[in-house]
Ligand binder design. Sequence first.
Ligand code: ATP
Length: 363
Amino acid sequence: MNWDDTAPPTAEDAAGAAADRLVAADADGEDTAVEAALRPKDLEEFVGQERVREQLDLVLKAARARGATADHVLLSGAPGLGKTTLSMIIAAEMGAPIRITSGPAIQHAGDLAAILSSLQEGEVLFLDEIHRMSRPAEEMLYMAMEDFRVDVIVGKGPGATAIPLELPPFTLVGATTRAGLLPPPLRDRFGFTGHMEFYAPAELQRVIHRSAGLLDVVIETEGAAEIAGRSRGTPRIANRLLRRVRDYAQVKADGVITREVASQALGVYEVDGRGLDRLDRAVLTALLKLFGGGPVGLSTLAVAVGEERETVEEVAEPFLVREGLLARTPRGRIATPAAWTHMGLVPPQQQAGGSGQQGLFGA
Ligand SMILES: Nc1ncnc2c1ncn2[C@@H]1O[C@H](COP(=O)(O)OP(=O)(O)OP(=O)(O)O)[C@@H](O)[C@H]1O
């Protein structure tokens, strides 16, 4: 898609906007193929998330010592931070097989009953996007988690009967980007909840070095630091940027990723020093240059960048807000002083005689 294009965006453009981006946190087709090879296999290898790792290590060791199945685990956090990877590590550490499914794939209670009844003893069931499961399936899950039993309803209407079905003990690992959306009865049935945080640049640097080793890519410390700084706190993005920089290094340099090579490569892909891409910068440029830094309404801002409201709100804004470059206020969107600096512009307060934004940032 072209963010300079003046043609109105189609609904398809809006839906594709997130997926098209090199800095999107969701997996694309290429990621899915490569990620399996890059996943850490045990807690030792898993970089960062010290608290979750330490707590989980205790939970798993204790379960192993008791010869029991591990407690159910809930992992919450943004996409690409390693929830699927951790669930596989849990299975590996418990020496158990793993079954992977997701909330949207379980629309009927019967779908869930079929999965649960075919689990082996001790198996790990990874349920991604658990907050998107249907209500009846969710209610069936309560009983399965607590009593390792489900009631299968046979027949319809007044003649329907519930046949109890015993399940082998299993470990449910639920993953969600929004722990707050889970109904309390479901949340309460997890023995352990781990909140995954965005990664610090030094941690991402370790992820990049590790992946470079697995991909047989030569990378200098400075090169890894350059990629880490643009990876938006997310290992999936770090790995993706690494692959694009590797291409550039092979074609335009001698294959070695130095700071300069990484910086030039990511310049070609329009990912700037802070990890903003073209859409992010289009939003900031419009906000700063057309609206003097705001406040401006979301719809107006979206029209100004030729995007759908939803694309600006859900795809661009969360990272801009997290980075402290944009704020959502009751009066509209405003740019923070850091946004002016980042885009190489002078905030109005500092412009000679400028009064445009004074007093607005606290709104
Ligand atoms: N702590 C980590 N150390 C090293 N690599 C990691 C780490 N966390 C994630 N990765 C890598 O990042 C990629 C994405 O991780 P993963 O699929 O586990 O994320 P996720 O949180 O499950 O994402 P989603 O919610 O979109 O499914 C994988 O290739 C994985 O190897």
